[in-house]
Design a protein around this ligand. Structure first.
Ligand code: MRU
Length: 377
């Protein structure tokens, strides 16, 4: 996507041919800045501190993290160390494990002399594939937006609610939930997006609103609790969210608060779609509530807020009574029964085990040969 007229991806190879550049997402919406990752450890820190975040981008950064490791130490021990260090950064988004497994399977049988070049090539390929996948998700989701637009009077706005940031900043480009929105906007369908602010880290207010604004998509930031009210009053035509891990039977794990939106959507007859690339489907798990590890993050994210003062200083302030305990569950699970459909790169599929398996038979076969990987956060 373009930032001030210049095309950007969220991650790219530095011109030195070895380092990796990323956009620092911890400084949005106030500052647009680029960080250069020079080591595997700095890639791990970028994922852990959420300089990069969003399931697909976490996977892409991990792939480049392995390449950075291979540039310095291409031994078996080095590969194992990179795999374990990167795997330990964040527990919920399964794209991390997917990308690391891809890199490990490719590199471990290779002679050491070939590992570094092949690692950079595969990381670049993973990024290109993600862009292609998101563009396909966009085209498939666009059909649904077009259909909703057809049910309205000509020129009437299609109102879409989204949660967190499943935009281009969460992927390599396009985004998942936002790809159909950008495409609908670009072809002239009047769309308007209700952007959940997404406490506690405000990915909606800080990231989704920023990127929609840059692309000229009409949007309104709302407090997280507003969605139900808007749905009751006919102000939401559809919900589209992303996901960090969806099970083989269609249970959807996404940013905390997604489940409440799905409940409200069900109660109000509003279609609730989840946009996802196939690497986000965990074919080793069935029961999302039981098996998906939910990241617990620092209470500081709940008890403090960061913003810009009128005179342009970025400051963090306390917002919780001193001494009150806080809890910070980063994700929740929306059961498959609340999901209208999964928008994937191969088409829109029911959140149902048989339907998902029929769409991705090779992934089912692959998972059958792997052990289940459920862990606790
Ligand atoms: O904690 P985050 O910001 O990494 O969480 C991101 C989300 O929950 C996104 O909705 C999800 O990763 C899908 S991104 C296309």
């Amino acid at each position: 996507m373009r930032v001030d007229g210049k095309p950007y991806r969220t991650i790219w190879l530095n011109e030195d041919g070895r380092s990796v550049d990323i956009i620092d997402q911890t400084r949005f919406p106030h500052v647009f800045s680029i960080i250069t990752l020079k080591t595997m450890k700095s890639a791990a820190v970028a994922i852990r501190t959420m300089q990069v975040r969003g399931a697909p981008l976490i996977g892409a950064t991990a792939a480049y993290g392995v390449a950075l490791q291979m540039a310095g130490d291409d031994s078996d021990a080095g590969l194992r160390h990179a795999y374990e260090t990167l795997m330990a950064t964040r527990p919920t988004a399964v794209n991390l494990r997917w990308a690391l497994d891809e890199m490990h399977a490719l590199l471990s049988p290779l002679p050491r002399a070939e590992r570094c070049e092949r690692a950079y090539a595969r990381a670049a390929e993973i990024c290109d594939e993600d862009v292609e996948i998101c563009a396909s998700i966009g085209r498939n989701g666009l059909e649904i937006v077009r259909e909703i637009a057809r049910t309205k009077a000509p020129g009437q706005t299609v109102n879409i609610l989204t949660h967190c940031n499943a935009g281009w900043l969460a992927t390599v480009d396009w985004g998942t939930a936002t790809a159909p929105i950008y495409m609908a906007h670009d072809e002239g369908i009047p769309v308007h997006v209700w952007v959940d602010e997404t406490r506690p880290r405000n990915q909606g207010a800080a990231l989704t609103a920023w990127e929609l604004g840059r692309h000229g998509v009409p949007h309104t930031v709302i407090p997280d609790n507003s969605g139900g009210h808007l749905m009751q009053h006919g102000e939401v035509d559809m919900v589209i969210v992303g996901t960090d891990r969806t099970t083989a039977s269609g249970d959807v794990c996404n940013k905390i608060g997604t489940y409440l939106k799905a409940l409200a959507a069900k109660d109000n007859g509003v279609p609730f779609y989840v946009a996802l690339p196939s690497p986000t489907i965990d074919f080793t798990l069935d029961d999302g509530l039981r098996d998906i590890p939910i990241e617990q993050r620092s209470g500081d994210e709940v008890s403090r807020m960061t913003g810009m003062t009128k005179d342009g200083r970025v400051e963090t302030v306390a917002i919780v009574a001193e001494g009150s305990p806080v809890a910070n569950h980063a994700f929740d699970v929306t059961p498959a029964r609340l999901v209208t459909g999964l928008i994937t790169e191969r088409g829109v599929v029911a959140a149902d085990k048989q339907a998902i398996a029929a769409m991705f038979p090779e992934r089912v076969a692959e998972a059958a040969s792997q052990p289940a990987t459920a862990t606790t956060a």
